[in-house]
Design a binder for this molecule. Structure first.
Ligand SMILES: C[S@@+](CC[C@H](N)C(=O)[O-])C[C@H]1O[C@@H](n2cnc3c(N)ncnc32)[C@H](O)[C@@H]1O
Length: 434
C-alpha cells in the first residue's frame, strides 16, 4: 500500500464526489476525470480508481458506519481505514480531532449490527428477491460479498490469429503473467490490471478483453462453420467477435442492435479481429422488417438481453444505485418481447440461447420458463450437456449460472433452447403444413 498523500487524497475526493452524484456510470465519470486531469501520474490514477470503486463497492456498509455524516470525505476516510491502514498513516490528510475520533470509531464499528442486505452489499430489494427465490441467507451473503470484490482482467485469445500458449509466451516476454482460465479453452487471466490495449497483441486483434463467463456463453451457442447465426443484442460485439471466431469467419453472422452508438463501437473491434463473416445491422426494434425476413432461417440465435447488469457489480458497482425493482419490471417486459421475436428466426432443430448478466431469477429463469410455457415448439437443453459437448466440464444444472464466488467470473445466466425439429404434420413458420 503506497503512503497516503494530500494530492492523491484530494483528487480521489473530487472524483468520488462526481461518481456519487450518479449522473453517469462510474467508469465514465473516472475516464472524464482522467481526461480533464492529464498530468496525474499512473500511481495516483490507480489510487483514485481504486478509491472510487472501493467506496461504491462498500457503500452500504460505509453509509451505516458514517451515519448522518456520510459526506464523500467521511466515506473515503472510512474506506481507507477499513482497508487496513493504521491511524498514524492518516497524519498527512487528517489534522482535526473530530476526524481522528471518527477514524477510531470506524475501527471499532460492530458489523453484527448490519442487516443481511447491508452485509451482502446489496440493495434491500435485491436481497429480498434472492431470498424469496429460495436462496439461504448464507448464499445471499456469499454472492453479494463476492460481487463486492474487484474483478480480475480476463482476455479471450482470438484463435483465428494466435494460439493461447503463444499469446501467453508473448505476454510473459512483456513481463505480464497470465494463467489459463479454469473453463474457457481460449481464456487467459492476467495478474494485476495492465493496460493491454496499448500492446501490439491487442491492436492486431490477437486478444480481446472478455470475462471468462462471457466466453462460456459463446460455447453454449456453439455455432458451426458455414452456419447462419444472429447475435440479436450485439451491442459493442463482445460476443459477436467470439461467435465469428468459433465460425472460423465462415457462414453469416448478423449483429443486430437498436443502438447505433454501440454498433459503431463494434466496427474497430471487428477490423482488428480480421473476421469477414459479420454483418452489423441497426434495427428499429425487435420487430424490425429485416428481422422478420429471416424468420425460420437461422441455425443459432443468441439473445444477450438488456438486463439490470447486477451480475457485473464487481466492475460496475454503481449499478446497485442505478437499478430499482421498477426498472427491472420494465426490463422484464423488454426481455420477454425480445426473446419471443428472436425465437422466430430459429429454424426447426436450431438453437436459441437466452443470456443475461443478472443474478435476479425474474430476469433469468422467470423469462425462460414463461417463454417455454407459451412456445411449446421449443425445449430446454441442459447447459451442462452442451458444455460437455464443447469439452468444458462445468455443471451448474440445466441452466448456466455463474458467480464470482463459485467460478471466479461475473454473474451470468444462460439457457439453451432448441426449436424442436419439424415433423411431417407440424405447421411451418407461415402457418401452413410442412
Ligand atoms: C447486454 S447488452 C449486449 C452486450 C453485447 N452482447 C456484448 O457482448 O458486448 C444488451 C444490448 O441489447 C440492446 N437492445 C436493447 N433493446 C433491444 C432490442 N429491442 N432489440 C435488439 N437489441 C436491443 C442494447 O442496445 C444493448 O446493446
Amino acid at each position: 500500500m503506497p503512503p497516503l498523500n494530500q494530492d492523491a487524497f484530494h483528487a480521489a475526493l473530487d472524483a468520488l464526489r462526481a461518481a456519487l452524484s450518479f449522473g453517469a456510470p462510474a467508469d465514465a465519470v473516472l475516464s472524464r476525470y482522467f481526461r480533464e486531469n492529464p498530468k496525474l501520474g499512473s500511481q495516483n490514477r490507480a489510487f483514485i480508481a481504486e478509491a472510487v470503486f472501493g467506496v461504491l463497492r462498500q457503500k452500504f456498509v460505509l453509509d451505516r458506519i458514517c451515519g448522518s455524516d456520510n459526506s464523500p470525505r467521511r466515506m473515503l476516510l472510512a474506506w481507507l481505514i477499513r482497508g487496513g491502514r493504521n491511524l498514524r498513516e492518516f497524519e498527512p490528510i487528517v489534522s482535526r480531532e473530530d476526524e481522528r475520533a471518527f477514524l477510531a470509531s470506524v475501527k471499532a464499528f460492530k458489523l453484527e449490527t448490519l442487516t443481511l442486505a447491508e452485509r451482502a452489499e446489496l440493495p434491500e430489494w435485491v436481497a429480498s428477491e434472492l431470498q424469496a427465490s429460495g436462496m439461504s441467507d448464507e448464499a445471499v451473503l456469499a454472492l453479494g460479498q463476492s460481487l463486492a470484490q474487484p474483478a480480475p482482467l480476463d482476455l479471450r485469445v482470438n484463435t483465428q490469429k494466435m494460439k493461447r500458449e503463444a499469446v501467453q509466451r508473448e505476454l510473459a516476454a512483456l513481463g505480464l503473467t497470465a494463467s489459463e482460465t479454469p473453463y474457457s479453452p481460449f481464456g487467459l487471466r492476467l495478474e494485476g490490471r495492465p493496460a493491454v490495449n496499448k500492446h501490439t497483441l491487442f491492436n492486431e486483434g490477437a486478444i480481446e478483453v472478455q470475462d471468462e463467463g462471457s466466453q462460456l456463453l459463446g460455447l453454449l451457442v456453439a455455432p458451426k462453420r458455414g452456419e447462419m447465426v444472429a447475435d440479436f443484442c450485439a451491442g459493442a460485439g463482445g460476443k459477436t467477435l467470439l461467435l465469428g471466431m468459433l465460425m472460423a469467419s465462415s457462414g453469416r453472422l448478423y449483429a443486430f442492435d437498436v443502438s447505433e452508438k454501440r454498433l459503431a463501437n463494434l466496427k474497430p473491434r471487428l477490423a482488428r479481429s480480421g473476421l469477414s463473416n459479420v454483418q452489423p445491422q441497426r434495427i428499429e426494434s425487435e420487430n424490425d422488417a429485416r428481422v422478420k425476413r429471416l424468420a425460420g432461417k437461422l441455425d443459432r440465435v443468441l439473445v444477450d438481453a438488456p438486463c439490470s447488469g447486477l451480475g457485473t457489480l464487481r466492475r460496475n458497482p454503481d449499478l446497485k444505485f442505478r437499478q430499482s425493482a421498477q426498472s427491472v419490471d420494465e426490463l422484464n417486459v423488454k426481455q420477454a418481447a425480445i426473446l419471443a421475436s428472436a425465437s422466430r428466426l430459429v429454424k426447426p432443430g436450431g438453437r436459441l440461447v437466452y443470456a443475461t448478466c443478472s443474478i435476479l431469477p425474474r430476469e433469468n429463469q422467470g423469462i425462460v420458463e414463461a417463454f417455454l410455457a407459451s412456445h411449446p415448439d421449443f425445449e430446454l437443453l441442459p447447459a451442462h450437456t452442451v458444455l460437455a459437448e464443447q469439452r468444458v466440464a462445468l455443471n451448474t444444472g440445466d441452466y448456466l449460472q455463474l458467480s464470482p464466488q463459485a467460478q471466479g467470473c461475473d454473474g451470468f445466466f444462460a439457457a439453451v433452447l432448441q426449436r424442436k425439429p419439424r415433423t411431417a404434420s407440424a405447421p411451418t413458420e407461415d402457418g401452413t403444413a410442412a
